[in-house]
Design a binder for this molecule. Structure first.
Ligand code: SF4
Length: 362
C-alpha cells in the first residue's frame, strides 16, 4: 500500500489504466457537434460554440455525411470500434423529427459496417418514455448524461433547471434499457465546494455508471458566468487546488472501478484561438497534471518508507510513465529533491516493471 499525501492509501494494484499514451484499441469516436441544440435554455457556465467552434445552425444531412466519411478515412489500424457521437447539445431535447433525421443518418454507417454504434450526450431530464421509445429503433449504444452536480444548491445556482433526483431516475431508466452510461460532472460551479464536489462524485459512483468525465469549470466568454465573474460575483478555482481536488475524485472513482475517461476540457484550436476562456483552471494537459500528482504522492510515500542515503535516489517507473513521474517541467523532481534534501534524483525507465506498480525505488 502507498500512503498518499492526503492520508488516503493507494494499493500498488491501483495502477493508472487510462494513461493518455495508451491508444491501443481505444474506440474511434467521430464527434458530431450540435452546439446548444435542444437546450431548453442556456446554463450559466455554458457556451458550446466557444468549446466546439461549430456553428449553431442545424447542419444539412449531406454535410454531416461528408464530415463523417472524411473522419472515417483517418482511423488508424490500432483503434477499436468506431462510434458516431452527437455531442455539444442536449440531443433528446431536439424535436423528434430532427432526432430521427440524425439517428437515421448515423445508422446508415452502422448498417454498412463502417461504425459500431451511436453515442449521444443529453440532459438527465430528457430521459422520458417518449424519447426512449424513439431511440429504441436505432443502434444507440451509449448515452452520456450531463449531471454536473448531485447537489441541488449547485444545480440551482448554475441554472441547470433539473434536480439531482432527475439524474437518479434517468440512470435507472437507462439501465433498464441496457445502455452503456457515461456521467459527466463539473467541479467549481457556483455554490460548489470541495465537500460538495466529493459528495457529487460519491453519489455518481453509487449509480455505477460505465464511465465518467470530470470537467473543472472555466469561465467562457459570452456565458452568464462571465458576467458574474466580471461583477466579482463568481470566483473560479485555482489550477493547483483544482488538480488536487480532481485527483481525489479520480481516486474515488478508481476505488469503485469506474473508468474516468476525461479530466479537463479537450484542448481544441477553437478554445485557444478565440481566447474563449476568460478565467479558471484550464490547462491543455489537465489530465497529465492529475496523473503527475498521483505519481508524486506515490514517490513521497515510497521515499518516506525507505531508510536510504539521500545523496542519490533512483526511482523506477514504466517507460510510458516517465513524464508523469517527472511532472510538468520537472516539477515533481524539484519537489522531491527539496522535500527530502536529495542531491541527485534520477527517474529511470524500467520496462520489466510490473504494470501494477506506479513507482519503485532502486
Ligand atoms: S450545459 Fe448542456 S443543456 Fe446547458 S446550455 Fe450547455 S449544452 Fe445546453
Amino acid at each position: 500500500m502507498l500512503q498518499m499525501s492526503d492520508g488516503r492509501r493507494l494499493t500498488n494494484t491501483e495502477a493508472i489504466h487510462h494513461s493518455p499514451q495508451n491508444n491501443m484499441n481505444r474506440p474511434f469516436i467521430i464527434p458530431v457537434f450540435l452546439p446548444n441544440m435542444g437546450c431548453p435554455h442556456q446554463c450559466a457556465f455554458c457556451n458550446q460554440r466557444a468549446i466546439t467552434g461549430a456553428t449553431s445552425k442545424f447542419p444539412p444531412a449531406q454535410n454531416l455525411h461528408k464530415m463523417i466519411t472524411s473522419y472515417l478515412a483517418h482511423k488508424g489500424s490500432h483503434r477499436g470500434d468506431t462510434f458516431i457521437a452527437f455531442y455539444g447539445g442536449n440531443f433528446m431535447g431536439m424535436d423528434p423529427e430532427r432526432m430521427g433525421m440524425m439517428l437515421s443518418l448515423a445508422s446508415e454507417f452502422i448498417e454498412n459496417g463502417q461504425a459500431a454504434g451511436i453515442r449521444m450526450s443529453t440532459r438527465p431530464d430528457t430521459i422520458t418514455d417518449e424519447n426512449l421509445s424513439l431511440i429504441r429503433n436505432y443502434p444507440v449504444s451509449t448515452i452520456e448524461l450531463g449531471v454536473q452536480s448531485m447537489d441541488d444548491r449547485v444545480l440551482e445556482a448554475s441554472l441547470r433547471g433539473h434536480r439531482a433526483s432527475d439524474t437518479i431516475t434517468a440512470v435507472n431508466r437507462l439501465k433498464e434499457e441496457g445502455y452503456e452510461i457515461g456521467l459527466q460532472m463539473m467541479i467549481g460551479l457556483p455554490e460548489d465546494n470541495d465537500d460538495r464536489a466529493i459528495q457529487t462524485a460519491s453519489a455518481i459512483a453509487d449509480l455505477s455508471p460505465d464511465f465518467v468525465r470530470v470537467y473543472p469549470t472555466v469561465v467562457l466568454k459570452n456565458s452568464l458566468l462571465a458576467t458574474w465573474y466580471k461583477q466579482g460575483a463568481y470566483t473560479p478555482l485555482e489550477l493547483d487546488a483544482c488538480v488536487t481536488l480532481v485527483k481525489n475524485i479520480y481516486l474515488l472513482f478508481k476505488e469503485k472501478n469506474i473508468r474516468v475517461i476525461r479530466m479537463g476540457l479537450q484542448d481544441t484550436e477553437d478554445l485557444m484561438k478565440n481566447s474563449s476562456i476568460l478565467a479558471g483552471p484550464y490547462h491543455p494537459a489537465f489530465g497529465h497534471l492529475v496523473y503527475s500528482e498521483i505519481f508524486l504522492d506515490a514517490a513521497i510515500a515510497l521515499i518516506e518508507s525507505h531508510t536510504l542515503s539521500r545523496d542519490t535516489v533512483i526511482l523506477k517507473v514504466r517507460p510510458e510513465n516517465i513524464s508523469m513521474m517527472r511532472g510538468l517541467n520537472n516539477k515533481n523532481t524539484r519537489i522531491l529533491k527539496n522535500r527530502f534534501n536529495v542531491k541527485t534524483l534520477k527517474i529511470v525507465p524500467d520496462s520489466t516493471m510490473n504494470g501494477d506498480h506506479l513507482v519503485t525505488i532502486k
